[in-house]
Write a protein that binds this ligand. Structure first.
Ligand code: NAP
Length: 490
């Protein structure tokens, strides 16, 4: 076992240093350091697995598939419920591990553990409702029956911004459908994934059903996960650029694919909105996880009459955020994932200022450390500036004022992305018109927190395809089989 420092955990066995394949922990020839983005300190080292271990994990998942698929939905649900219970029993430790490797404030990390676990609980139940169909046949001597079956081995690659929940959302649906699962978590955040594997094992999830392969050879491991003949489905959460190349890799063996990719969420405040509620929703949807979520507000559009009031109240609320190490009490916004990420955000802010935007708040790196960027608000932004057309993925709010409903819908939709959108208004006619015209997979109406296990999460346009969560989320892990029963005439 490798050394780990200062974890402060009640259950130290939750820190795992090896990939989890076929129910056992696999050491590798070299190691990867996992660092705390708030301090730059090494938390621990993890074995650096690669292509060979990825193939082993797929073999394990293939070997376990028939056994897992043959279990009744009730049996699978029982094991998944035990997994859920253990995740919630260890919520504090899991949150601490998550904050250590990812940076978000501890309270937010606890929220992510509960959010991720909720998918496991919800899909454990939903797996009992995988119904088929009977269809009236065109001739009397035939019957048409439709059954649904698990697709097989599911392979996945997940990002660092939700090290627990992005895995839980996929694994929950896959396992409840009867599929087995291999995940390669982001290199920066493997510990949350490995802790989930430890608890899956304690819950009695059989060997080979849930496998975690950790390694920094993203490209090499990705090629195996997307092209191996024994993988039936590939699911990815991450950037649109990487997602596009993974889709084309999957094409070589025509895999079922689902993609949760980047976003450029508009947040629209109309003249008749409840401004205080809009401010609260904007802070939540923008600054959670230091602005590093795919559904984060990216552009704030405010109608002319209320732009001064909104900007003033929003600035007061954002100025009250407390930036620092997420493990420290009272911190409400943590570091960004890396100094490179800070550089990217800073470049976008500088570009906007050079193009005529004004800094109302922040606008620079913070003295707390090289991964810290101050919560920032810009006014005088236009929709064609880079800060509006790029996914910012950091704690910066560009405010753009508008005059009419038509104008703001055109600006909101003027992007290749289509994940989440938000708007605040009271006029019921306007609410329906805007909700129907926004080209987004999810729309928050007078609401800044939209995601939960019961609702379908996913995007349109270049934000991806497929849905996670809800009854629709199961379809991605199921094949429809049509049984044509003939010879029934006299
Ligand atoms: P990223 O660069 O696409 O990385 C995501 C994952 O892909 C990581 O595990 C990464 O591994 C891996 N990866 C990178 N290059 C690869 C390659 N050539 N082949 C195979 N795997 C590869 O994305 P990110 O910057 O970490 O994450 C942020 C992005 O994810 C944002 O665009 C955000 O909007 C999106 N996101 C979307 C959702 C959603 O549900 N729609 C949710 C969260 C995040 P390494 O860690 O080794 O680089």
């Amino acid at each position: 076992m490798l050394q780990h420092q200062g974890s402060g955990l009640q259950d130290k066995q939750l820190i795992k240093n090896f990939s989890y394949i076929n129910g056992s922990w696999h050491s590798s020839e070299s190691n990867l350091a996992v660092t705390n983005p708030a301090t730059g300190e090494t938390i621990t080292e993890v074995g650096n697995a690669g292509v060979a271990e990825t193939k082993l994990a797929i073999k394990a998942a293939k070997g376990a598939f028939k056994m897992w698929a043959a279990k009744s939905a009730n049996e699978r649900a029982g094991l998944m419920k035990k997994w859920f219970d253990l995740l919630m029993q260890h919520q504090d430790d899991l949150a601490r591990i998550l904050t250590l490797e990812q940076g978000k404030p501890l309270a937010e990390a606890k929220g992510e553990i509960a959010y991720g676990a909720a998918f496991i609980e919800w899909f454990a139940e939903e797996g009992k409702r995988i119904y088929g169909d009977t269809i009236p046949a065109p001739s009397g001597d035939k019957r048409i029956i439709v059954i649904k079956q698990p697709v097989g081995v599911v392979a996945s690659i997940t990002p660092w911004n939700f090290p627990n929940a992005m895995i839980a959302r996929k694994a929950a649906a896959a396992l409840s459908a009867g599929c087995t699962f291999v995940v390669r978590p982001a290199t920066q955040t493997p510990l949350s994934a490995l802790a989930m594997a430890e608890l899956a094992e304690r819950a009695g999830i059989p060997a080979g059903v849930f496998n975690v392969v950790v390694g920094d050879d993203a490209r090499g491991m990705g090629e195996i996960l997307t092209q191996h003949p024994d993988v039936a489905k590939f699911t990815f959460t991450g950037s649109t650029a990487v997602g596009k190349s993974l889709i084309s890799q999957c094409a070589t063996s025509v895999k079922k694919v689902s993609m949760e990719l980047g976003g450029n969420a508009p947040f629209i405040v109309f003249n008749d909105a409840d401004i205080d509620a809009a401010v609260q929703g904007a802070v939540m949807s923008k600054y959670r996880n230091a602005g590093q979520t795919c559904v984060c507000t990216n552009r704030i559009f405010v109608q002319r009459e209320v732009v001064a009031e909104f900007t003033e109240k929003f600035t007061t609320a954002v100025a009250a955020l407390n930036l620092g190490d997420g493990l420290v009490d009272g911190i409400t916004i943590g570091p960004m994932i890396s100094s490179d990420a800070v550089n990217g955000v800073d470049a976008l802010v500088k570009d906007a200022v050079a193009a005529g935007a004004n800094i109302v708040l922040g606008g620079q790196r913070d003295s707390a450390g090289e991964t810290f960027y101050q919560p920032t608000i810009l006014t005088g932004v236009s929709n064609d500036m880079a800060i509006a057309s790029h996914e910012i993925f950091g704690p910066v709010s560009p405010i753009i004022s508008f005059e009419t409903e038509e104008e703001v819908i055109a600006m909101a939709n003027d992007t290749e992305y289509g994940l989440a959108a938000y708007f605040y208004a009271r006029d019921i006619g306007l609410i329906w018109r805007v909700a129907e015209q926004l080209e987004y997979g999810m729309v928050g109406i007078n609401e800044g927190a939209i995601s939960n296990a019961a609702a379908p999460f996913g995007g349109v346009k270049q934000s991806g395809n497929g849905r996670e969560g809800s009854k629709y989320g199961l379809d991605d892990y199921l094949e429809i089989k049509y049984l044509c029963m003939g010879g029934l005439g006299k």
